[in-house]
Design a protein around this ligand. Sequence first.
Ligand code: SAM
Length: 347
Amino acid sequence: MQPLREAVYRLPPLPTVRELINLFGLRARKQLSQNFLLDPRITEKFVRAAGGKKLSNSYVCEVGPGPGPITRSIINAGVERLIVIEKDKRFLPTLQILSDSYDNRVDIHLGDVLSFNMSTMFPEELRRQDWADQPPRIGIMGNLPFSVSTPLIIRWLQDISERKNAWSYGRVPLTLTFQKEVAERIVAKEKGTQRCRLSLMSQAWCDVDLKFIIKGSSFVPKPDVDVGVVHMVPKAIPAVSVPFKVFEKVTRTVFSMRQKYCITPFRRLFPEAMRDEIPGELLQKSGVAPQMRPFQLSLQQFSDMASLYWETCQKCEGLFEYDHRAPLPARQEIEWSNRVHGKDNYE
Ligand code: SAM
């Protein structure tokens, strides 16, 4: 006979994620790019990449938990509280079972992470006074569909640059999955074949680390590509000083002609009447030879180019809004040129 106390307190074991998927008939929806990571060795490696033991007593937000495989590994890391944001309501019962088995320390939100406001989601006492302080006891992580993770990271980089949303609490680190090629672009260094706008944007505001690659065959169902796990920590001192939109415009325009000499796309930031001298002068001041290709430029050089371009925009109202695909009336071109050359009589 078992002693009575033991018989009363022994709870049935939590079903595995696979069992819950079968129990609730949760087929992954291909049109929603749902691919589940059901191997606990990989979900645990993912959580180690996000900080592992350092997460104990932290607040973690998991985006796109699905049936909860990574969620379990996060719980096992001993976090103080876990907040999950899931768009597909079919997963609510499995997430609720997890929450029930974890002292209700999991808050479940049904919503779209792309529009989710995280600016008051964590306790006030976790907020850091200064941006340069150590990151707060908060982490954000998730394995989202690729169609969501790429626009999301651009949005969140802007939030990081403006210190809003979750980053109103301080330098909250992120651990996210991306299609392998995108992950490689995020961390690509200058002169690398993968170097692109996303590399510059990410590295301008974050220290980035490609932690490991997950083979497509590790997912159920198997996607056509492999997946990279990227850890990003917002920089205490960003590598650029211009507003996000300015750096975004400069990098987008310059990388629009990836294989050309960088002077060619850089000139496109300016209307015809300003193209002869100003772009060349600004490149020279940034220490950039006009014949360099965009992918050969360092983050510092891009930062200097963007600062000098932004300075020019301050002197020339409307220049930032200029779009080379929409030519200006000739009169306006001349007005701008005169203004930049100090012949301004329009004030
Ligand atoms: N985290 C689970 C795993 O690793 O097995 C599921 C991963 S599955 C690739 C992506 C999950 O993100 C799905 O559960 C999907 O419903 C959810 N999702 C997709 N778009 C979302 C969005 N915009 N906001 C919140 N969740 C989203």
